[in-house]
Design a protein around this ligand. Structure first.
Ligand code: SF4
Length: 297
């Protein structure tokens, strides 16, 4: 059964879920009839009028109401429940295996319009599944679409050099994008496309459990942080970050730090900003205890 949820309502519901996630609440139940509670996952294909009842183990803290209820009096979109339902990789302790499960779950994805706008393949992500450092860009370009790997074109070469300057190698980090299919003509991905695809990235982050995520460019930063600020406002500090809508299977991982810097493609267009980007990376290196590579020149 295919349903469509109004985009504004979908965004409002996603924001509410994020709010509850931040309070440590991850388990959501769908109230089928008054007094009857069924799991959302089991009920996802069911009715036209839905009430999502959000219950916490610490319900007393949710005063004055014992449990909050979000009434959604419209058709249910199957997609929205991917945010809510238990994830198939949960409980898998090997991050490499868990990433494979996420990739299988993504399948030959047709969840957003980018699937029919000329993509050759899905570009999932690449690198060390147990790394302390992740880089997240915007979306694949032509080279990435061709090779199925993020950051392999000119911008990728620059990113490799940036990573090398940090005293590490590309193989030691994990690299992914907000959207996994190439936007036609390298246009900026639409907000709807970012919101549809990024839950898979959130799951990747929850599996990898890095110490630091570096958002490359405004699209990555704004999507991950759910903030609509300028690069000038976003850069130069760390944010406490927890992937939205997903719980890491490691109870000891309580999120990570997130830093924002310029996208390498932007630095190719405006090399004068490389010094600023290096300042951002130095902040990350300090956090991770990395030493800059010795110059060979
Ligand atoms: S961009 Fe993401 S959500 Fe859209 S079709 Fe590709 S994999 Fe699916």
């Amino acid at each position: 059964m295919s349903h469509t949820l109004d985009p504004e309502l979908r965004r409002a519901l996603a924001a509410r879920i994020r709010y509850y996630n931040e309070m440590g609440i991850y388990d959501f139940y769908r109230r089928e009839t008054p007094g009857e509670v069924a799991t959302v996952a089991a009920a996802a294909a069911a009715s036209d009028a839905v009430a999502v009842s959000i219950q916490s183990e610490s319900r007393e803290e949710m005063s004055p109401r014992k449990a909050a209820t979000v009434a959604v009096p419209v058709a249910v979109e199957d997609n929205i429940f991917e945010v809510l339902a238990p994830k198939p990789e949960q409980g898998v302790s090997d991050p490499g295996k868990a990433l494979k499960i996420i990739r299988e779950d993504l399948g030959d994805c047709t969840r957003c319009p980018l699937h029919k706008q000329g993509r050759k393949q899905i570009v999932f992500g690449v690198g060390n599944p147990t790394t302390d450092l992740m880089f997240v860009g915007e979306g694949p370009g032509a080279d990435e679409d061709q090779q199925g790997e993020p950051f392999v074109g000119r911008a990728g070469q620059l990113l490799n050099n940036m990573i090398k300057a940090m005293g590490i190698t590309r193989e030691q980090v994990y690299i992914a994008n907000i959207v996994k299919c190439r936007p036609p003509g390298n246009r900026t991905p639409e907000r709807e496309e970012c919101e549809t695809c990024s839950p898979f990235l959130m799951r990747q982050i929850a599996v990898i459990k890095p110490q630091v995520v570096v958002a490359l460019g405004a699209v990555a930063a704004k999507t991950l942080l759910a903030m609509n600020s300028s690069m000038a406002q976003l850069r130069g500090r760390f944010y406490d970050f927890k992937p939205t809508g997903v719980r890491s299977s490691d109870p000891n991982w309580d999120g990570c730090k997130l830093a924002v810097t310029y996208h390498p493609a932007f630095l190719l267009r405006d090399p004068r900003q490389k010094g600023e980007a290096w300042k951002d990376l130095q902040m990350v290196m300090k956090e991770l205890g990395l030493k800059a590579a010795k110059s060979t020149t």
